[in-house]
Design a protein around this ligand. Structure first.
Ligand SMILES: [Fe+2]
Ligand SMILES: [Fe+2]
Length: 480
């Protein structure tokens, strides 16, 4: 079978020859009803019967891998798709560098590898759970469709990780696959594994910030896992990245459209001072300082996902050839990092300082640096919009020490410029940096649904082009 073609005949669309793999096929078929129960319970609330114009992966050929059509979400064809095998692929880094890439799990790394898969897998359903109430306040059918597209694809990413667990990790894999359906975002007894995935996504600005910042962490993690010497993981992540690009698009254009609408409304009303917050809010748009506070919140929560700056786990995973650096294959060094150093921002005697650290222990820091650079590119594009409309304001990422709960800076309070604050100062100034209860109430007051084709809520600009080149009045969701 040509890998680019997907077998659509069975219950589970796939390009992994599931038809010839009776054991794994049965295991997945057994897992499937529990997945559907989870989707019906925890997926988009109130729209499960609606027809949504969604893309479905039908191939892994980069030139044409998806088709668009109206689908009821519970009938979406979630499947197992992996990128084509690369002839002669090797382990590209760590102590096994140069050996043939592994097609089976190396026994000595089984536990480490399983943990990597489970942690990645856990984030996928978590974000669906976090976003499940947003459909009801969608600012347009276009945005609603994008939300649901992201949601079904996160569901498919769960399938991708569950396939690896069922295929390569025997009984433990099966148990982990079950547990992925049991945990719940924000549940005090059975929370999701990582902090940012237990936070609320209460409004659409949060959703756009989440897809901009937190899905971008997902992208970085997938990029690092796509380098894995364990070939099935690499191939799985490579195809997930194709889908992830749309999630980045939703986040980046979403925030851009909010900013654009605010700036245009200010200009129209002759307001040039972005800090005239009450006046701006009276226009029914979100003032730029509040958008900045939302960015501060989501950026800082997402940085925590990179873990401790200095990490033995990260060193071990790299050394073993399981998780590489961002675009490892394009880096020019020995890919083993036994000697070199890497500068790590640390808290030394109450001051934020760079310290050279063995490169192997600093891999989380390095991935986080690559992430911050990627975020900054997006923020630059937001600022172009503000500049073009002519409002004197710049969006800016806060300092990495700001509002942290994991790593070096979790022991201190820093402002958005990285100055260390006393606990009293922090308490006093917290709402200068992060959304206050009043900010949240204001944003919530704007979250009125707009379900008419071609119409958009007043706080967000329409997109430049439609999805799948559809015209502006296209009915992206037929609400049932
Ligand atoms: Fe995902
Ligand atoms: Fe995503």
């Amino acid at each position: 079978m040509n890998i680019a073609q997907v077998d659509y005949d069975g219950l589970i669309p796939n390009n992994v020859a599931l038809g010839q793999d009776v054991r794994v096929k049965r295991a997945l078929e057994k897992w499937h009803p529990g997945y559907l129960d989870w989707w019906n319970d925890m997926g988009p609330e109130g729209f499960q019967e609606s027809l949504v114009y969604l893309r479905t992966a039908i191939s892994v050929d980069p030139k044409g891998w998806a088709k668009f059509d109206y689908v009821r979400m519970p009938e979406y064809r979630w499947g197992v798709l992996i990128a084509p095998q690369m002839e002669g692929r090797k382990v590209n880094f760590g102590m096994h560098k140069g050996e043939d890439a592994w097609q089976e799990v190396p026994g000595e790394y089984r536990a480490m590898l399983r943990r990597l898969v489970v942690i990645q897998g856990d984030t996928e359903p978590a974000s669906v759970e976090q976003q499940r109430f947003l459909g009801k306040t969608a600012p347009s059918l276009y945005d609603m469709r994008n939300l649901f597209q992201v949601n079904v694809e996160e569901g498919r990413h769960l399938w991708a990780m569950v396939y690896l667990l069922q295929k390569y990790f025997g009984t433990d894999g099966r148990e982990e696959a079950e547990a992925l359906l049991q945990r719940r975002s924000g549940d005090p007894d059975t929370p999701r594994m990582l902090g940012a995935f237990n936070e609320k996504t209460p409004d659409w600005l949060s959703f756009f910030m989440f897809t901009f910042f937190t899905d971008r962490d997902g992208k970085m993690q997938l990029e690092a896992l796509a380098q894995s010497g364990f070939d099935p993981l690499s191939r799985t992540c490579r195809f997930m990245l194709t889908e992830e690009a749309h999630h980045m698009f939703v986040g980046e254009t979403g925030v851009t459209r909010v900013i654009q609408r605010t700036c245009e409304a200010m200009k129209g009303a002759g307001i040039s001072d972005p800090y005239e917050i009450d006046k701006v809010r009276k226009l029914g748009v979100i003032d730029l300082p509040t958008i900045q506070k939302k960015a501060n919140l989501h950026f800082s929560l997402t940085l925590d996902l990179f873990g401790n700056e200095i990490s033995t786990n990260a060193a071990n995973a790299f050394h073993a050839g399981l998780k590489g650096r961002y675009r490892e294959d394009r880096l020019k060094d020995d890919h083993q990092l036994e000697s070199g150093t890497y500068p790590v921002l640390r808290l030394v005697d109450g001051k934020v300082k760079n310290e050279d650290t063995p490169a192997l222990s600093a891999l989380n820091m390095r991935l986080r640096d690559d992430y911050v650079a990627d975020c900054n590119n997006g923020v630059g594009r937001w600022n172009k919009v503000i500049e073009q409309i002519g409002i004197p304001f710049q969006m800016k990422l806060p300092h990495v020490a700001f509002h942290r709960h994991i790593g070096e800076f979790s022991r201190t309070n820093a402002d958005v410029d990285g100055n260390i604050l006393s606990p009293a100062e922090w308490t006093k100034r917290r709402t200068d940096f992060l959304p206050s209860a009043a900010d949240k109430d204001f944003i919530e007051s704007l979250m009125q649904p707009q379900f008419e084709p071609a119409k958009f809520a007043g706080w967000i600009a329409p997109p430049k082009v439609g999805i799948d080149n559809k015209p502006g009045d296209f009915e992206y969701v037929k609400i049932a």
